[in-house]
Design a protein around this ligand. Structure first.
Ligand SMILES: O=C(O)CCC(=O)C(=O)O
Length: 257
């Protein structure tokens, strides 16, 4: 399975509509890949809190519409990162969308661990309460968003639900880049899974983003890693590697619950 990670740059000067169109073009350019991944809140910017209300959209809003067409044009599975979802009761969620090659909404994931302690996303958004996995032909994706990365029990839950590839869409500040790289590798090693971790680049709302998206194999080896700038990473996932790793070094079987 070939995956493309689109590490898109968010800047205050670019409108959401313009970035949406640019992201759609970038997705179309990935025709030939099986799976394309975008970061967290790449529409508004993960730290542009003042835009959350004004740019909130329903699940079938303008981002889904643009991404659905792009996924269908490219013939790819698209983990379209996350949007600010306005739910039916008016609450906001940080919701990730996964779209099939036919352009249909295959899965959603409302971020469970909201970032900001007593400010920002933690007060502006509601928390999700359920795990999401998506069965693709060769891998089962387990979905997580940004701050979730710090909570290994969520990833164990995804593995228990059948995940073989953990997808982490993020907008991770440059200041804690070392944590980003370390935790993604740790999740790959402890869950004996591929990790596809796609982050934002650029600086928005005064927060410099880490970039450094990466793909890690189930042994913890980094297969590809971006720098800080807007980049597309390409990586090939071996359909047998997760099962082989789990059979050769069966640590997951030694869990004591
Ligand atoms: O955990 C971190 O250091 C960053 C988390 C974050 O930026 C987020 O979840 O939006």
């Amino acid at each position: 399975m070939r995956a493309s990670l689109i590490q898109i740059a968010v800047s205050d000067g670019e409108s959401v509509a313009r970035r949406r169109a640019r992201a759609a073009d970038l997705v179309r350019e990935q025709a030939g890949s099986d799976l394309v991944v975008l970061p967290e809140l790449w529409t508004v910017g993960a730290f542009a809190y003042e835009l959350f209300e004004t740019e909130a959209e329903p699940l079938d809003g303008p981002t889904f519409e643009a991404m659905s067409k792009a996924a269908a044009d490219a013939g790819v599975w698209l983990h379209a990162g996350s949007i600010v979802e306005r739910a039916g009761d008016g609450s906001l969620y940080n919701t990730a969308l996964t779209i099939s090659p036919a352009g249909e909404l295959a899965a959603t994931y409302r971020k469970i661990h909201r970032f900001g302690f007593d400010q920002g996303e933690a007060v502006l958004m509601a928390a999700g309460d359920s795990l999401t996995t998506v069965a693709l032909p060769e891998q089962t994706l387990g979905i997580a968003t940004c701050y979730d990365l710090r909570f290994p029990e969520l990833f164990r839950g995804l593995v228990d639900a059948g995940a073989t590839t953990l997808v982490v869409a993020a907008g991770w500040p440059a200041r804690r880049r070392a944590h980003w790289t370390l935790l993604n590798r740790a999740r790959a090693v402890e869950d004996q899974s591929y990790v596809l971790a796609c982050a934002l680049a650029g600086t928005h709302a005064g927060v410099e983003q880490a970039g450094h998206s990466l793909a890690v194999d189930p042994w913890g080896e980094v297969l590809a890693e971006a720098g800080p700038e807007e980049t597309v990473l390409h990586v090939d996932l071996d359909p047998e590697k997760v099962a082989e790793t789990r059979a050769q070094f069966p640590a997951l079987k030694d869990r004591r619950l």
